[in-house]
Design a protein around this ligand. Sequence first.
Ligand code: HEC
Length: 155
Amino acid sequence: MSDSRRADRSLATRKALFVLLLAVIASAVAYTVVHNRKWNVPESAKQVQNPIPPSDSALLSIHSIYLDKCSSCHGNFGKGDGHDAALYDPRPTNFTLPLANATDGELFYKISEGRKPMPAYKNKLTEKQRWQLVLQVRAFASRVAQRTRPTPSNR
Ligand code: HEC
């Protein structure tokens, strides 16, 4: 093989490697964007307080709506394991894991606005229903906390 042909081939190889590298970088970036994209909630929305105090009756009245609209993804007990959950990426949130940093206003905003694949509920549910759902989401987490709290006998 002549020197010039050898040079052509190594140039072609380097071009191919470069394209491959770009493809790897592009897919890594796309993966990161889909999986780590931050759900931006406006500061003002985070500060809004839940106008509905937590109570058994508030939870009771929203439970059938939760089962109807949310449980197919988030699961009957809020574990993120509804029968459609496996279809989605990112997966529906497991509410029994502490949503430590989220304010009520933030949860309300997320329920209202949605984010693919989660639908927006601002035109499907009343404001009162969405605030009650915030209580429901919190209740899933606190029920687990109660179960793991020491009972009087083993304290
Ligand atoms: C089609 C499936 C689907 C349905 C139905 C659905 N969700 Fe979601 N939900 C998701 C997914 C997926 C996420 C995670 C989205 C993300 O992180 O980008 C999510 C996230 C959330 C969050 C945010 C949790 C956090 O990280 O702060 C809340 C709150 C929530 N859902 C409440 C609800 C409520 C209440 C309903 C019913 C009114 C509901 N969802 C219905 C799929 C769904």
